[in-house]
Write a protein that binds this ligand. Structure first.
Ligand code: ADP
Ligand code: MG
Length: 269
């Protein structure tokens, strides 16, 4: 892959949607790999106790492994808990272990409970072009931490029935975060996922999303593809598992668009 433009400064994006199974993790992993393959420095932070992004990037996340939990609850730094991703010199992953399931409750009694991730990211010393935070499927304190840390929200939307259900609630929450905790947060990017060209429904959903979110929606659309769903079983992204597949080329195209928009400023209101 050819080089993509570096953003003028670190871009921190959270991949969020409180619905499960819409492609958050798949998107965080594959965009992270696509950006890193193009020479950009990327940190993927797994913020879901399920640890699926850690699995997808093949980093250790057994119970007891230093993880994002230690950076949120204990005094560990992200530098200490980040792990290299094999074969990707510019990609690191902060794993999530099952401990994180308790963090949602443990955070409640801690000082600065909403901004612990922000502080950890701010203190991360290495050069990073992109920080991608893979959120859990809820709007609890973990997702709040991601939205306080980030300037951008990337919302994957599955091209299926009920895809838009719950989006209002997500947008309301982002507005609340913006009003009270992080004035810089905005929905910068919508990515249509699991698009099945054979169904009329997929087109209907895509059109509806584009009508409402306009240019926020990336032109690149991720097709429903078996290769995309098989790759994590081998601890790989679809880009390394089957580089020629449509899943791979579509995630590369999405990464290119994201990077080009980011380099163009991306400061629009
Ligand atoms: P989330 O993180 O939002 O819960 P995932 O990224 O884990 O969603 O995706 C849910 C399931 O759908 C996973 O099994 C994943 O492998 C599969 N999947 C994601 N994107 C695609 C795609 N484009 N085509 C086929 N399967 C996909
Ligand atoms: Mg997930």
């Amino acid at each position: 892959p050819t080089g993509l433009p570096k953003p003028p400064r670190r871009r921190i994006m959270c991949v969020a949607n409180q619905k499960g199974g819409v492609g958050k993790t798949t998107t965080a992993v594959n965009l992270g790999v696509a950006l890193a393959m193009s020479g950009l420095n990327v940190l993927v932070i797994d913020l879901d106790p399920q640890g699926n992004a850690s699995t997808g990037l093949d980093v250790d996340h057994r119970a007891g492994t230093l993880s994002v939990y230690d950076a949120l609850i204990n005094e560990a730094t992200l530098k200490e808990v980040a792990q290299p991703v094999e074969g990707m010199p510019t990609l690191k992953c902060v794993p999530a272990t099952i401990d994180l399931a308790g963090a949602e409750i443990e955070l409640v009694s801690l000082v600065a409970r909403e901004s612990r991730l922000q502080r950890a990211i701010e203190a991360y010393p290495d050069e990073v072009d992109y920080v991608l935070v893979d959120c859990p499927p809820s709007l609890g304190l973990l997702t709040v931490n991601a939205m306080v840390a980030a300037e951008e929200v990337l919302i994957p939307i599955q091209c299926e029935y009920y895809a838009l259900e719950g989006l209002g609630q997500l947008l309301n929450n982002i507005d609340l975060i913006k009003a009270h905790l992080n004035p810089k947060i905005r929905v910068s990017t919508i990515l249509l996922t699991m698009y099945d060209a054979r169904t009329k429904l997929a087109d209907q959903v895509a059109n509806e999303v584009r009508e409402y979110f306009k240019d926020t929606v990336l032109t690149a659309v991720i097709p429903r593809s078996v290769k995309v769903s098989e790759a994590p079983g081998y601890g790989q992204s679809v880009l390394t598992y089957d580089p020629g597949s449509r899943g791979a080329t579509s995630y590369l195209a999405a990464a290119k668009e994201l990077a080009e928009r980011g380099a163009a400023g991306g400061e629009q209101e």
